[in-house]
Ligand binder design. Sequence first.
Ligand code: BG6
Ligand code: MG
Length: 223
Amino acid sequence: MKITTCIFDLDGVIVDTAKYHYLAWKRLAKEKFNKDFSIHDNEQLKGVSRVESLNILLRICNEDVPEKEKQQLTDLKNKWYVEYIKRITPDEILPGVLKFLEDVKNKKLYMALASASKNARLLLERIGLTYLFDCIVDGTVVTRAKPDPEVFLKCAEELGVEPQGCVVFEDAIAGIEAAHAGQMFAVGVGDKHILYKADMVISSFKEIVIDNVVNLPKTKKNE
Ligand code: BG6
Ligand code: MG
């Protein structure tokens, strides 16, 4: 099927906020439980909602807290995270992204943003890219976290396109799985050893041109 739509995750794909999420979770683990939270552990949190991230962190740290305290912990993590990202500027857009987004626009493909983050619109505004997207689906409207395909399927529905003609760009294992669960193509952005389930893996957008995306139907892995 012809590719009609490119769907982009935000954190770790368009802008490197993954490192700020990591710093805030690591700080929470240290200050609240005196535990070290490694960059390797952090892979499991990428693309995962705020509250589910806390549950994973608690499991990794071998800690448990009453349900009512979880809100305080996620609020604290978000407070630190928002402090970290307050200073983000368009300079932090990842290499090759702007050029690639412009190519997608010129090719007359739809462009959607699909993020689990409740801070997604704030971030997009800060980096000045809101105007490029035909559709934005974020953590304020999604009820099921990746690897559930809801966030991507909502984009397809809003745009009135078939999921099979959508390509998702993701830095998270859960996001690759979610794309495939939604019958979409998945391009992994990051380490090919971690994102090996993707139909194609790039370490940065400098490595890809729009024609690679249009030719993806020949390389689909999940069929
Ligand atoms: C995802 C990030 O995009 O958004 C996760 O990859 C994060 O690490 C999730 O937990 C939720 O973000 P926020 O900003 O709503 O806490
Ligand atoms: Mg991400």
